[in-house]
Design a protein around this ligand. Structure first.
Ligand code: SF4
Ligand code: SF4
Length: 487
């Protein structure tokens, strides 16, 4: 199999940031309780099928509703149902089942099929993917014959699996693979191939993952349906729209392309081969705000405040961000459960102090798109904190924002219209709708202008006026929710 090289115009390569998670994966002791929302991100609420006081096993089904676009939910620990109540998660109300641990650590299997996976029919695989809860993974869920995705199964012609190491901090592939090693990814991809007979599977990996790319290539050398691509680890390569437009031969106008990350593929393998329902997640703890940067294997529903307790680099205060420094979600409220869409928690030290004569300092640890800091030439790790190192000034038309924009837009033009509240057809002509909310324009702006936020404001107003489609309705599947958009 020939490994194809793909890329996109613009983007930015983040190099040598301190706080990368080490490869090791630590399993934490079971939590004191889990809170399991019955509505998964992008889905409707499932119906609880357990009662208060009922004993449950790890992996036991606690909610299911085949009549709505929802995902079966499983208990992530063995114990007793303490309550079923309404909670608010990401501004949305949902019922949640709260479970307290018991003595046993017995598991309920995801399915009882006696067949080996390669003897299973497409229908059997469909049912296991749905009933195990893994159909809620990926950008659009996994289409099955059940109500598991907005995409119709027969409409899927292409599937993308990506792990591109292109963000500031990245989840380690080795940490995800667990005991099964590469077998989990290889078998997981083969299962996808059988479950989607008519679709091509495109695997996009960072070029730096030479060993893994080689292993995949040798395993799928005679499989015409699977292609492997190597990419330069450049942000935002793992954005759904950028992936779709980078891969040759894909119809960029279709929404029917499910995009998965490698952890999703490992979960598919575990559900089908190991009969393990979706009850846990490997989460990278990145950023210099943590005392140690590791990966943790965590049960879904564990409260973030319980997970993070005692793990920050005291006495500094830190800002927690979910999944990506550039376009993730700031976690203001830690009284919330770990969900299936989290793969990284980043702790960034707070720093609001102005630096005296900052322009005259060498910038030993600072990152910049220009070579103004000596850090560009030195091998030392760069430091990231919440300081934007300066105040907002007028745009100087340096053009850096346009250089990095992966959608080939002119952010310096778009933000001026939005800032002056001139939000009309002109912005539609300038293709504002193609902005993928990567925030790179804001990151590189020499005048510290919140360029991306202004552009987003413009898009929201245009969508409200009916001049562009709402996020999530466009052909290539734009979605401003970082939990859903990033893979
Ligand atoms: S946020 Fe939008 S305008 Fe800014 S660089 Fe990204 S795609 Fe371009
Ligand atoms: S990077 Fe900032 S200052 Fe430079 S052109 Fe873009 S908006 Fe203007």
């Amino acid at each position: 199999m020939k490994i194809k090289s793909i890329t996109f115009r613009g983007g930015y390569r983040f190099k040598r940031f301190k706080g990368q998670p080490r490869e090791e994966t630590v399993t934490l002791p079971l939590p004191d309780k889990v809170i399991l929302p019955l509505k998964r991100d992008g889905f409707e609420e499932a119906m609880p099928c357990v009662e208060v006081g009922q004993k449950v096993l790890t992996g036991q089904l606690i909610a299911r509703d085949d009549n709505s676009l929802s995902s079966p939910i499983h208990s992530s620990i063995s114990g007793m149902v303490e309550s079923v109540k309404k909670i608010t998660l990401n501004g949305v109300k949902t019922a949640a089942v709260i479970i307290k641990p018991g003595q046993s650590e017995e598991w309920a299997p995801a399915h009882n099929s006696p067949s080996a996976w390669d003897k299973m029919t497409e229908d059997e695989l469909d049912e296991i993917l749905y009933i195990s809860g893994v159909s809620s993974l990926g950008s659009n869920g996994i289409p099955t014959r059940f109500n598991s995705s907005r995409i119709g199964k027969k409409d899927v012609k292409d599937i993308i699996v990506a792990h591109t190491d292109s963000d500031v901090f990245n989840v380690s592939i080795q940490a995800l693979l667990g005991d099964a090693g590469m077998e989990s990814v290889i078998t997981g991809l083969k299962i996808l191939g059988v479950a989607f007979q008519g679709a091509r599977v495109h695997v996009v990996l960072s070029r730096n993952q030479k060993k893994i790319i080689k292993e995949l290539a040798s395993n799928f050398s005679s499989d015409q349906k699977i292609s492997v691509y190597g990419v330069k680890p450049k942000y935002p390569q793992d954005n759904r729209n950028i992936l779709i437009s980078s891969i040759p031969g894909i119809n960029t106008h279709t929404r029917n392309i499910p995009v998965f990350n490698l952890q999703d593929i490992v979960h598919i393998y575990e559900a089908v081969v190991k009969k393990k329902p979706l009850v846990e997640r490997v989460v990278a703890f990145s950023g210099s705000g943590f005392e140690q940067n590791r990966h943790y294997r965590l049960r879904l529903g564990t409260l973030l405040e319980d997970i993070l307790k005692g793990k920050t680099a005291v006495p500094k205060s830190v800002r927690f961000i979910m999944n990506s420094v550039l376009n993730g979600k700031a976690l203001d409220d830690l009284d919330r459960p770990l969900t299936e869409k989290m793969h990284q928690i980043i702790a960034v030290p707070e720093n609001h102090e102005g630096e005296l004569l900052a322009f005259a300092r060498p910038g030993m640890r600072k990152d910049s798109i220009t070579p103004v800091f000596v850090a560009s030439f030195l091998p030392f790790g760069k430091k990231l904190d919440t300081n934007i190192n300066g105040e907002e000034r007028a745009c100087i038309s340096c053009g850096f924002c346009a250089d990095v924009c992966p959608s080939r837009l002119l952010p310096q033009l778009l933000h001026r219209y939005a800032e002056r509240n001139i939000i009309n057809e002109k912005l539609v002509q300038y293709r504002i709708e193609d902005c993928v909310d990567c925030n790179l324009c804001t990151y590189v702006c020499t005048s510290k202008i919140p360029v991306a936020a202004l552009i987003k404001k413009g898009k929201e107003k245009l969508a409200a006026d009916g001049l562009i489609q709402e996020p999530g309705e466009t052909g290539s599947g734009k979605d401003s929710n970082p939990e859903k958009e990033r893979v």
